[in-house]
Design a protein. Structure first.
Ligand code: NAD
Ligand code: DAU
Length: 399
């Protein structure tokens, strides 16, 4: 397939359109749906459609005249520059990334390419576009376009490393200490964005968000994997002792936060986004299983919790993440609307109602991934020794 193929041509030129990258993935597709539902203006979605990108996620807006899909790579400098030139978006919202920590451990190359080179390519093109608006500035309209332009870089809390149980949550000044190849590649991209603001005056903003969950999440990530496996009576693989803590945020709340930052966020700033829902993995799996017991009473696998299987831990596994989102709440008035309980119930219900979607994404290459990631893991359990792994002192415990 040609990488610069525009599958639908729509005249989205004008100050109101936005260019989204990675909009066919989990958060990106939720964002596009939310954006169009909120009448946010035309969207151009540039996505390479890797294993994680699925046009089905956006089937409901495929015929919407405000939606344009472009199949292509963010590393394609010519394509990115052309899209900016042609569509003159008021913002770039950059989701495109390789996003799965386990995959980054088994094959870091694509993470460096997409997350670092891809972000660099986008920044370079965005700068060229932004500067071109300066040259045209005599026109009042262009001046307006230049004032409004934003580059919103969607990043992760994993750049901050890991927390001890008592440590305060990550805040915007927490030093970076990424521990996985994924986290390191995202940290690199954040630093590039920062440099483009500082050196070239690109009006960019960074958001660092905690673990998302909700509809359309690929079942390689904890929550959808547990739902999909439990429904089929397959083992629920819990890494190590299952006491690692994540801070869960319902994806639509993340999308709302991004819209808020885009409208009112200060250029050059970083905003942490999180749900204030710290849960151990075992707690999450237990809650998923209880919901399935309730919502699928006829299941022959009840109680689903019996399917839990402790397996060898993820190498370099971060112990705890927690986000302090007070800056976003105080400055921009954002608040998460979904509690973990209501969000998780909605999520389980969505997966139950969308079995065909799960089936579609878990055939073929997915099976190969499952064999590669889980095939070599032995049965493990509480105390399987991961804490003895050496770690660089700047990370854990320094905050
Ligand atoms: P995802 O893996 O579900 O989707 C990534 C999307 O990017 C896919 O549609 C894929 O096809 C596309 N893509 C990958 N490489 C590309 C390339 N070279 N060119 C164009 N498109 C490409 O990811 P997600 O979970 O939706 O995460 C989106 C963003 O949010 C990422 O930047 C991630 O780091 C960040 N983030 C994710 C979470 C989370 O919990 N999932 C939390 C915080 C931040
Ligand atoms: O914190 C934000 C990050 O959250 C995002 O930047 C990443 O893109 C996203 O993938 C997510 O990273 P995690 O590694 O935290 O998510 P994952 O769903 O892979 O794992 C969540 C926790 O569950 C983690 O401690 C590992 C554990 N786990 C995961 C899988 C897939 C298991 O115990 N068993 C599993 O099979």
């Amino acid at each position: 397939m040609r990488s610069d193929q525009t599958t639908k041509k729509v005249a989205s030129n004008g100050a109101d359109s936005i260019l989204v990258t990675g909009g066919a993935g989990f958060i990106g597709s939720n964002f596009v749906l939310d954006w169009l539902a909120a009448d946010g203006g035309p969207v151009v979605n540039l996505d390479k459609l890797t294993y994680a990108g699925n046009p089905e996620n956006l089937a409901s807006v495929a015929a919407n005249s405000k939606y344009t899909f472009v199949h292509g790579d963010i590393c394609d400098a010519e394509l990115v520059a052309r899209l900016l030139r042609e569509h003159r978006p008021r913002a770039v919202v950059h989701f495109a990334a390789e996003s799965h920590v386990d995959r980054s451990i088994l094959g870091p190359e694509t993470f460096l390419r997409t997350n670092i080179d891809g972000t660099f390519t986008l920044l370079r093109a965005a700068r060229g576009y932004y500067d071109s608006l300066a040259e045209e500035e005599e026109e009042e309209e262009e001046e307006e376009e230049r004032k409004r332009f934003r580059f919103l870089h969607v990043s992760t809390d994993e750049v901050y490393g890991t927390l001890t149980p008592e440590a305060p949550a990550f805040h915007e000044e927490t030093p970076y200490a990424p521990n996985s190849p994924y986290a390191a590649s995202k940290a690199s991209s954040d630093h590039l964005v920062r440099a483009w603001v500082h050196t070239y005056g690109l009006p960019a903003i960074i958001t660092n968000c905690s673990n998302n969950y909700g509809p359309y999440q690929f079942p390689e990530k904890l929550i959808p994997l547990m739902i999909a496996n439990a429904l089929q009576g397959k083992a629920l693989p819990v890494y190590g002792d299952g006491q690692q803590v994540r801070d869960w945020l319902y994806v639509v709340d993340h999308c709302r936060a991004l819209r808020t930052v885009l409208e009112r966020g200060r250029v050059g700033e970083t905003y942490n986004v999180g749900g204030g829902n710290q849960r151990s993995n075992l707690e999450v799996v237990t809650t998923v299983c209880a919901l399935l017991d309730e919502l699928v009473p006829e299941s022959k696998f009840r109680p689903h919790l019996q399917l839990v299987k402790y397996v060898t831990d993820r190498p370099g596994h971060d112990r705890r993440y927690a986000i302090d989102a007070r800056k976003l709440e105080r400055e921009l008035g954002w608040r998460a609307q979904e509690s973990f309980e209501t969000g998780l119930r909605k999520t389980v219900e969505w997966y139950l109602a969308n079995a065909a979607w799960v089936e579609g994404v878990t055939s073929g290459a997915y099976q190969q991934w499952v064999r590669q990631n889980y095939g070599g893991r032995e049965a493990g359990g509480p105390g399987d020794g991961v804490e003895e792994r050496p770690t660089i002192a700047a990370g854990e415990g320094s905050r």
